[in-house]
Design a binder for this molecule. Structure first.
Ligand code: PMP
Ligand code: PLP
Length: 493
C-alpha cells in the first residue's frame, strides 16, 4: 500500500508544537568517540520505586455474563472467576501492578499497546501499512486529540446533521467550524447517509457556502454503526462511497465507533431462550458477517482516523480507549498527550488487559463476552420495542420505529399530521408530557449541528435501552411513552 501524503491536513498548532524534556540522555552533540555504558545506574528519574506503592496485589472478581441472573440464568458456569495481579509477576511478560502503577508511555503500557495492535490487526486491519496506534482516555478524549491534530482556526469539519454533538465543542474549541450534512434516516428502505447530498455539496462547495469560499472541509466526523442519535448503520457501499469522496475531495474521515461491536439480531417478541439459542454466533461468523467493516479496511491512502473506546464494551469509568491513524497523525497526537493529558491510567490498562488475557484467554474470548453482551442488549431492545409496538399510540400510527438494529439506541418517529408547523416547539411540548408521565428521552433536535438546517427532521426521539435495570422497567417506560404520545395527539397540541 502506498503512502499518500496527509501532512498538509495536520494543524499548524500540532505541527509546530515544541516539547522539551530535561533528561540528560545522549544527543546529537555527543563527542565523536563517545561510548555509552550498557547498563548505567539511574539517578535520573523522578519516578518513585514501585516498592513505595502501598498496593501489593490486585484481585478482581468477575461476572460471567452481562445480566447473569436474568438473561443468562440457565447458563452453566465453568470458568474461573478471579483474576489475581501481583505487584511483580513471576512471568516477566505479564503486566504486573508494579508496572501499571508506575509512570508509563503516553501511548499505553507496552503490553497494552501490543494487545491493541493485535486487536486491530485481527478485526479491522488497515489497508495502509503506515498506521500506528495510541491509547487515549476514552473516545471523547481521543476526539479532542484529533481536533487538536487537524483543525486550524477557520477549518471546516462536516458532521452528520444529528450527531454526538459534544465533538462540536472540541472542534470549536480549536477554532473550527461545524457544517451539517443530510441523513435520509427516515427512508423506509436503505436509511443511510445522503450520499447524493454529500457529493453535490463537495462538488459545489463555493456556491453552497460562499462564506467558506475555497475552504473545503478538512474532515468528516461520522458514527458509522448505531449512529448516535438516529441509530442508523451505514451499509458497506455507503462506507466505500464516502471513502471515495474523501479521496476525491481530500479530507480525513473521523470514524467514531463505540457501538460497532453491538450489531443486533432483528427485533422479535421477547423470549430469552430462543434469543440465546438461535443467535449464538461463532466468532468467525460474527467477524465475517455481522461486524460492520471499519473505514480502515478501505483506507489505502491513510486518511482514516478510527477512534475507539472501552466505555461501552467494558466500562466508561476506566477512561480508556485508543485511536488508529496514519503514523504522522499519531506522532502529533502523542506529542499533545505528552504535554496535556499524559499517559492513560495504569490501573485501568492493568485491569482491562489482565481480565481479557487471564479470564477471557485473549481476543477471541473477549469477543465471546461481547457476543453475550450483544444478546443481552438484543433482549432489552426486544422488551422495550415490544412494549412500544403494543401501545395504542403505535397502533394509531402516532409513532413509528425508525431504527433499532444496533448498539444501545432505538429511534422513534413522531408522526405529526401532514402540514404541522413548528415541529421543534411541538416536540418540546411533548417532552413535558413525557416528564409528567415519568419517562425521559433525548429529543433528536437537541443533538442537531444546525437547528435550522435540521428543523424538518426534528420529529424524532432517541431511546436508550441501556440504563434501566429490569425488564419490567423497560416495559413500563414504553407504556408511559405510548400513553404520553396518545394524550398529546388526542388532547390537541
Ligand atoms: N510537578 C512536579 C514539581 C514534579 O516533580 C512532578 C513529577 N516529577 C509533577 C509535577 C508531575 O506529577 P504527576 O505524576 O502528578 O503528573
Ligand atoms: N462518541 C460517541 C458516538 C458516543 O456515543 C459516546 C458516548 O456516549 C462517546 C463518543 C464518548 O465515549 P467515551 O466514554 O469513550 O469518551
Amino acid at each position: 500500500s502506498s503512502t499518500h501524503s496527509i501532512e498538509h491536513l495536520i494543524s499548524d498548532r500540532a505541527k509546530n508544537r515544541s516539547f522539551k524534556h530535561f533528561a540528560a540522555n545522549a544527543d546529537e552533540n555527543a563527542p565523536k568517540n563517545f561510548k555509552p555504558h550498557p547498563k548505567p545506574l539511574a539517578l535520573s528519574f523522578g519516578r518513585p520505586n514501585a516498592q513505595f506503592f502501598p498496593v501489593k496485589k490486585i484481585t478482581v472478581e468477575l461476572d460471567h455474563y452481562p445480566f447473569q441472573d436474568t438473561i443468562f440464568e440457565n447458563e452453566v458456569i465453568e470458568e474461573q472467576d478471579l483474576v489475581v495481579i501481583d505487584k511483580f509477576p513471576t512471568d516477566k511478560n505479564d503486566l504486573g501492578a508494579g508496572e501499571a502503577l508506575q509512570y508509563g508511555d503516553v501511548s499505553g503500557l507496552p503490553n497494552f499497546q501490543k494487545f491493541l495492535r493485535e486487536f486491530v490487526e485481527t478485526i479491522h486491519k488497515p489497508a495502509n501499512s503506515e498506521w500506528a496506534i495510541t491509547a487515549t482516555n476514552g473516545s471523547g478524549e481521543g476526539l479532542n486529540k484529533v481536533a487538536d491534530a487537524l483543525i486550524n482556526p477557520g477549518d471546516i469539519v462536516l458532521f452528520e446533521e444529528f450527531t454526538f454533538s459534544p465533538f462540536g465543542n472540541n472542534v470549536r474549541n480549536v477554532g473550527g467550524i461545524t457544517v451539517p450534512i443530510k441523513l435520509n434516516f427516515k427512508a423506509t428502505e436503505g436509511a443511510d447517509i445522503d450520499i447524493k447530498y454529500l457529493s453535490h455539496l463537495l462538488d459545489n462547495w463555493n456556491d453552497i457556502y460562499p462564506e467558506y469560499k475555497d475552504r473545503k472541509p478538512k474532515a468528516f466526523y461520522t458514527i458509522p454503526t448505531c449512529q448516535n442519535p438516529t441509530g442508523l448503520t451505514q451499509s458497506t457501499a455507503t462506507r466505500k462511497a464516502i471513502y471515495d469522496l474523501a479521496s476525491k475531495h481530500d479530507f480525513i474521515i473521523l470514524e467514531d465507533d463505540p457501538y460497532g461491536y453491538l450489531t443486533l439480531p432483528p427485533f422479535q417478541k421477547p423470549n430469552k431462550e430462543t434469543l440465546v439459542s438461535e443467535n449464538s454466533l461463532q466468532i468467525d461468523d460474527y467477524l465475517e458477517n455481522h461486524l460492520p467493516k471499519s473505514y480502515l479496511q478501505f483506507d489505502t491512502e491513510g486518511r482514516v482516523i478510527r477512534i475507539e473506546t472501552f466505555s461501552k464494551v467494558f466500562a466508561p469509568g476506566l477512561r480508556l480507549g485508543f485511536l488508529v491513524a496514519n503514523k504522522k497523525i499519531v506522532e502529533v497526537v502523542k506529542k499533545y498527550s505528552s504535554i496535556v493529558t499524559r499517559a492513560p491510567s495504569g490501573p485501568s490498562q492493568l485491569i482491562l488487559l489482565n481480565v481479557i488475557q487471564q479470564r477471557f484467554g485473549g481476543i477471541k474470548g473477549w469477543l465471546q463476552w461481547i457476543l453475550r453482551m450483544r444478546l443481552a442488549y438484543a433482549h432489552r431492545r426486544n422488551v422495550l420495542i415490544d412494549s412500544i409496538v403494543s401501545s395504542s399510540a403505535y397502533e394509531k400510527e402516532y409513532i413509528k420505529v425508525i431504527s433499532c438494529d444496533a448498539g444501545m439506541f432505538a429511534s422513534l418517529l413522531v408522526n405529526f399530521p401532514e402540514g404541522t408547523t413548528d415541529i421543534v416547539d411541538k416536540i418540546n411540548l411533548l417532552n413535558y408530557k413525557f416528564l409528567e408521565k415519568g419517562v425521559t428521552v433525548v429529543l433528536g433536535h437537541k443533538m442537531s449541528v444546525n437547528p435550522e438546517f435540521s428543523e424538518p427532521n426534528a420529529n424524532f426521539l432517541r431511546l436508550s435501552y441501556a440504563p434501566l435495570d429490569k425488564d419490567e422497567e423497560l416495559t413500563e417506560a414504553g407504556k408511559r411513552l405510548g400513553e404520553a404520545v396518545e394524550e398529546f395527539f388526542e388532547n390537541g397540541f
